[in-house]
Design a protein around this ligand. Structure first.
Ligand code: MOS
Length: 765
């Protein structure tokens, strides 16, 4: 047994073990399709979201967006706004409180901002839509109305806003999330030029915007002693607190951030200018202030997915063996630390004799891009997985068979062993559920009335990420209930439900005797809900807390009891108490152990990931299958069937996990067929800043989505779990592009796949 296996064994030793615990009557709940505990409150309107929270004396803020993309404010006149009805104050760079640079979202820093310039600290305009003033008023209507009366004169400077126009200026970033910005082996271009079968194409994707149902919302209230309470629709409670405290310049312990419910978050419910401006407005006016972004503000004041240009070139032998793999790419970004990591899937999916895989950046004067569900991987896989399908077509080999012939024995660019990899099993299972053998084999050959019918497949992929440093507390109450607490986030994915399931199983309690308290920074610090890492990170802190709890409870064991003098390894949690491993009939209930005191509690913290884990390639995989129907005359494309089979370790709750995959597939359908952020390059203004202009799938665009999981635990992760939040979107756009090609014979390499491109024969613009 090597060091990593030993480390994992140590972590997993604390798991409930049926063999050790044969007498348990507690219901086994991990792996059960438990409905979301917060479901009833969400669907009946009972849940309280940030913008629902009221406060006596509440004032309302509205931001004034800049009209130019670059330059300076020559003059700003707030007279008309300040005199408008209900206006309390107008804040500009002339009178804004001093603020420090927000702490950026990085793996090492504890911040979660995507912009590293504090708002209203100078007269510089950095992007079109950046806030240049904030109006605070007695009502939202007064604030919004007065915001339009702020008169601003700009000295506009030339702005870099056209991504495609600036491609020739692309340069390598320092790194891509800590990885080299380019990796290579052998003379790939030479190999490519000699290969019997070659695909060499350019794929492009537009800016994508976040459009969660809930608008970004904040409420800030100062109280004596420089104490600040912020209610915020964040997916990163602790990091939001850290970012705000640092920017505002108060000790972190003075700041409380509360967020009980988020109405959808996909990577940018993080810190932007508006939270800092809301806090500033509360400071200046001495009132609690609510600031809710308008929908257009979400497009212009918070970032999404960066535009990409990607060249994928594949060279193969007649048997499909990959000899050359090029993935050259450029993304249009603002900051080094948010590079849109499009080159990641190509680094890990297929073996190739030679390769060059990397990405450059073009720096733009636009709202900083942020993370957005599987940043990089989702659009990167569109290029790679389209190219693989194109190669399969040239070779006349089934695309799944082609992938199987290029399955790597070890990680193809890192040379590391896989902790687990069941990609081909996901394909096998998915193909069976989909009926892949009955697919349309010849492009453009299957027709159903006016519809051309096509089938496509592509790989899903997402890294395993676990965040160290979190904590969780378990409290056992006098009536034998367990309350698990952590400053965790629930954006609607079922955090509460799966944590209750996990804790119930671990503590040997039925579900209704366990609750999970989260959503407040006063609770034990917990990892961010991002990187598909929250559940995977929380389970280990809760496991550690349960181990601590054993010690605490054993110390309380009465002298005459069956537990007296025992060590944690001698006991298990079962049936609402602690029982001897060696004699399962002998034990003491929680009620007895807690006794006269109100409760007993214990805190567990996440151990650092052993460095040895770096020696493993740890990823989730999956296979998407879809059927599309393309109107033979208009090019209208409908997705009519979907099968996703996912290899994401052990699944705690197949119902909530399947919902995550389903939501991600829907988001992927949007990226494939509809979503397109358009920037007017004259002013650098995003013109598609509404639900009317920025198209998203609605129910009528979504078919039944069949989701299944291999449910094979990763032997190197705590409980064998991986994240499921993001993997489902990776490969979706490619599967659709492949199906559209299969239906029509037209290959579209530029997202979104709109009907004009299909009619035009798919020429990339
Ligand atoms: Mo995710 S894009 O890391 O919220």
């Amino acid at each position: 047994m090597n060091m990593v296996q030993r480390a994992t064994e140590a972590l997993n030793r604390t798991l409930p073990d049926r063999a050790v615990d044969p007498l348990s009557t507690a219901r086994r709940v991990v792996g059960q399709a438990v409905s979301r505990l917060d479901g009833p409150s969400k669907v009946t309107g009972g849940a309280t979201f940030t913008a629902d929270i009221d406060q006596p004396g509440l004032a309302y803020a509205s931001m004034v967006p800049s009209r130019v993309a670059s330059g300076r404010i020559r003059h700003i006149d707030v007279t008309r706004a300040a005199n408008a009805p209900g206006v309390i104050d107008v804040i500009t760079h002339h009178n804004a409180p001093a603020m420090d640079t927000p702490v950026l979202m990085t793996l090492t820093a504890k911040g979660c901002a995507f912009t590293d310039v504090a708002p209203l600290q100078d007269d510089v305009v950095r992007w079109n839509g950046q806030a240049v003033a904030v109006v605070v008023a007695e009502s939202q209507e007064c604030a919004d109305s007065a915001a339009r009366l702020v008169d601003v004169v700009y000295d506009a400077a030339p702005a870099r806003t056209s991504f495609r126009g600036l491609l020739s200026e692309a340069v390598f970033p320092a790194d891509v999330l800590g990885e080299p910005s380019e990796v290579s082996r052998g003379d790939v271009e030479d190999t490519l030029s000699q290969a019997a079968f070659v695909v060499d194409e350019v794929y492009t994707t537009p800016p994508h915007h976040h459009m969660a149902i809930e608008l970004h919302a904040t409420m800030a209230q100062w109280s004596p002693g420089d104490k600040l309470h912020v209610w915020d629709s964040t997916q990163a409670l602790g990091r939001t607190r850290h970012s705000i405290a640092h920017a505002v310049g108060v000790p972190e312990e003075n700041v409380t951030v509360t967020c009980r419910a988020v109405g959808g978050g996909f990577g940018n419910k993080t810190v932007w200018d508006h939270q800092l401006l809301c806090v500033a407005a509360a400071r200046v006016t001495g009132r609690p202030v609510r600031l809710v972004l308008r929908r257009q503000d979400v497009f212009r004041m918070t970032g999404g997915r960066a535009p990409t240009w990607q060249r994928v070139a594949l060279g193969a032998a007649p048997d499909g063996h990959l000899q050359a793999l090029v993935h050259d790419s450029v993304t249009g970004i603002v900051h080094e630390n948010s590079p849109e990591q499009v080159s990641v899937p190509a680094r890990h999916l297929y073996a190739s004799d030679t390769y060059r895989i990397g990405q450059k950046k073009v720096v733009l004067d636009v709202v900083p891009n942020a993370s957005m569900r599987a940043p990089g991987d989702s659009v990167g896989s569109f290029a790679l997985e389209s190219a693989i399908d194109e190669l399969a077509g040239h070779l006349g080999i089934d695309p799944i068979e082609l992938r199987s012939r290029n399955e790597p024995a070890v990680d193809p660019t890192e040379g590391t062993r896989f902790s687990k990899r069941h990609l081909m099993e996901a394909y096998r299972r998915g193909a069976e559920r989909f009926g892949w053998p009955d697919r349309n084999r010849v492009p453009g050959a299957r027709r159903d009335g006016r519809w051309l019918v096509g089938h496509g497949t592509a790989s899903a992929f997402y890294p395993y990420i676990r965040m160290p440093g979190g904590k969780a507390r378990i409290r056992i109450t006098a009536d034998g209930h367990a309350v698990v607490t952590a400053a965790a986030n629930d954006m609607g994915m079922g955090t509460e439900t799966v944590q209750v399931q996990h804790a119930a199983e671990r503590l040997g309690l039925p579900l209704d005797r366990v609750s999970f308290e989260f959503g407040d920074s006063t609770l034990p610090d917990s990892p961010i809900a991002a990187g598909s890492a929250q559940t995977a990170s929380l389970v280990i802190t809760v496991a550690q807390a349960a181990e601590e709890l054993k010690k605490v409870l054993l110390r309380r064991a009465p002298r005459h009891s069956a537990l007296h003098g025992l060590k944690p390894a001698d006991v298990v949690f079962r049936d609402g108490g602690l029982y001897r491993v060696s004699d399962p009939a002998q034990g003491v209930s929680f009620e007895t152990l807690v006794g006269e005191v109100r409760h007993v509690d214990a805190v567990g913290s996440s151990p650092m990931l052993p460095l040895e884990f770096m020696k493993y390639s740890m990823h989730g995989y999956g296979a998407h299958f879809c059927e599309v129907r393309v109107d033979a005359t208009t090019g209208e494309t409908r997705v009519s069937r979907w099968v996703a089979c996912i290899d994401a370790g052990r699944i705690i709750n197949p119902k909530t996990a399947a919902s995550q995959i389903r939501g991600a597939v829907i988001m992927g359908i949007g990226s494939a067929l509809m979503e397109e952020g358009l920037v007017d390059s004259r002013a650098g203004r995003t013109v598609t800043a509404s639900a009317a202009d920025y198209h998203m799938p609605v129910h009528a665009d979504v078919c039944d989505i069949d989701v299944s999981f291999l449910d094979i635990p990763d032997p190197l992760t705590p409980m064998g779990v991986h994240g499921v939040g993001e993997i489902g979107i990776v490969g979706v756009a490619a599967a659709i592009a492949n199906a559209v090609h299969n239906a029509t014979g037209v290959r579209v390499r530029d997202l979104p796949i709109t009907l004009d491109k299909i009619i035009d024969g798919g020429a990339a613009r």
